[in-house]
Design a protein around this ligand. Structure first.
Ligand SMILES: *Cc1c(COP(=O)(O)O)cnc(C)c1O
Length: 332
């Protein structure tokens, strides 16, 4: 069988599933009665908020570290793994490494607040504080990899990472085999790409919908340009969807281009409204990035009547101050 250029296949997603079994939660897919009634459709919510670190990124991080142990042996990983992220990816790497018995060093700028540092340390990682920006933190990651022999665990652009996130696609098909639309938040594309590789291999007729921010959406701009481009970062309620895709992107740009059918952007007000809707209807507090699917349905008036839809509620990395901001923006 020929290997696709991006390196993600149904087989690699099944391998990921075997590796991460018992390490992550096989998350529930629940039918929302209120949202289904509101849109005259069957709306299902995939609750990645149930992962022990509060987001799906644990799947990819666990798969990559377990795959490296399998391929190279534990001794090769004795120096440990590293990355730079204050958010869901940093928490995922810290937790996954600790579960798999591998040391983890998470590089953070000195400006990251103490509570976020403590949260990552509590998951069993060593935090290294350097410089005054995310760029400074990334430079330290580079140094740890080249000079100290650590292994980088990237947030999205890797076939093992995308395959790990793709296990969500397998679970969706098992729980609701006849879905019409799967709607996924899109940033670097590990999540959408992995899910797409799974569901499209089995049911190519599924409409795979990506949702990006309306500003600072690097994947959107890159798809328009036909190659990865850089975009200035903009503050957003969906902060987990910010950041670039890497000018040297080797996996997820090609993968997203192959599997995604439809792509929308959503405004900050639409994200805010969707966050409040999810709290009101489901009694769940989710971060902005997890609410973009519902935001797209509402803002773009998607024709979903009579259809079966899955929305991936990707994470709950949000504090009450941010939710207050969303509530004020939504005017509710
Ligand atoms: C990282 C993240 C995303 C986007 O995933 P990509 O693989 O970068 O596209 C969406 N939602 C949440 C909560 C995330 O942490």
């Amino acid at each position: 069988m020929s290997q696709p250029v991006h390196g993600v296949s149904l087989a690699s997603i099944y391998e990921a599933r075997r590796r991460i079994a018992g390490q992550i939660v096989r998350s529930p897919l629940i039918r929302s009665q209120i949202l289904s009634d509101r849109f005259a459709a069957d709306i299902f919510l995939k609750l990645e908020t149930c992962q022990p670190t509060g987001a799906f990124k644990l799947r990819g991080a666990t798969n990559m570290i377990a795959a490296l142990i399998e391929r190279d042996g534990r001794d090769t990983l004795a120096r440990g793994v590293t990355t730079a992220s204050t958010g869901n990816h940093g928490r995922a790497v810290a937790y996954a490494a600790s579960r798999l018995g591998v040391p983890a060093t998470i590089c953070l700028s000195s400006l990251v607040p103490a509570n976020k540092v403590a949260a990552i340390e509590a998951l069993g990682a060593t935090v290294r504080r350097v410089g005054y920006s995310q760029d400074d933190a990334f430079k330290e990651v580079d140094r740890l990899v080249t000079e100290e022999g650590m292994t980088l665990i990237p947030p999205f652009d890797d076939p093992w990472i995308a395959a790990g996130q793709g296990t969500i696609g397998l679970e969706l098909l098992e729980d609701q085999p006849d879905l019409d639309h799967v709607i996924v938040g899109l940033s670097g594309g590990g999540l959408l790409g992995g899910i797409g590789a799974a569901v499209k291999s089995v049911r190519p007729e599924i409409n795979l919908v990506g949702v990006s921010l309306s500003q600072g959406a690097a994947m959107w701009e890159s798809l328009c340009a036909g190659c990865p481009v850089e975009v200035a970062e903009v503050e957003s309620l969906g902060d987990s969807l910010g950041g670039g895709i890497g000018l040297d992107n080797r996996c997820t740009f090609a993968l997203v281009r192959e599997v995604m059918d439809t792509h929308y952007q959503v405004s900050e007000v639409a994200i805010a409204n969707a966050m409040v809707d999810i709290l009101e209807t489901e009694k769940m507090l989710v971060e902005g990035a997890a609410a973009v699917g519902l935001a797209a349905i509402e803002e773009h008036d998607l024709a979903i009547q009579g259809r079966k839809i899955a929305l991936v509620l990707s994470g709950n990395g949000i504090g009450l101050e941010t939710f207050d901001r969303a509530r004020r923006l939504a005017g509710r």
